[in-house]
Design a protein. Structure first.
Length: 184
């Protein structure tokens, strides 16, 4: 284990690692909740190219200056690598106020490096940036069913705010929105 772990702004050179982590994390979090043809296709080249384009665009032309992508890094056998990432910015839900409500759009850690503090460091970095930008509340959508992502946020004090939705991922996947106050 290295103590040289930190979070920094993502760079274009990180996109491939971000895609790898997204695919592995989605399989770990959503795999049992999705039809096999959907979860099996997550790592296909078509899906990976879509993810590459999404993250490259997020870095090269974010919707606003308050939208960010950060990565958690770690040193493994003398080589610094990306262990996880988070994307965040002003909330987009119509019942939220984008001047004060922010959202974590994605938070994923390589499943092989889970439970090493990377997720907590990523959330802390999100909060630091968002408080500096004047946000008061942070939101995240997670699957309603028991899963590691929801458990992580709830163990950190996040609570459901009553909002629900379903996303179509080959079958309807019920989601709940969690929130946490990040400033007064």
């Amino acid at each position: 284990m290295s103590s040289a772990r930190f979070v920094r702004p993502a760079r274009t050179a990180d996109v491939e690692a971000v895609v790898d982590i997204q695919v592995a994390s989605w399989r770990a979090v959503y795999g049992s909740l999705l039809p096999e043809e959907v979860s099996g296709g997550l790592g296909g080249e078509e899906a990976r190219e879509r993810f590459r384009e999404q993250w490259t665009a997020a870095l090269e032309s974010p919707p606003t200056s308050r939208h960010r992508l950060v990565v958690a890094t770690d040193e493994v056998e003398g080589v610094r690598t990306v262990a996880g990432f988070a994307a965040f910015g002003p909330a987009g839900d119509p019942d939220l106020w984008p001047a004060k409500d922010a959202e974590v759009f994605a938070l994923h850690v390589d499943p092989e490096r889970a439970r090493q503090g990377h997720g907590s460091r990523l959330v802390n970095a999100c909060v630091d940036h968002l408080v500096e930008d004047g946000f008061a509340t942070l939101h995240v959508w997670v699957p309603e069913a028991d899963n590691a992502l929801r458990a992580f946020f709830e163990a950190s004090g996040w609570r459901a705010d009553g909002a629900r939705r379903e996303i179509d991922m080959g079958r309807l996947l019920p989601m709940v929105r969690l929130h946490a106050a990040i400033s007064q």
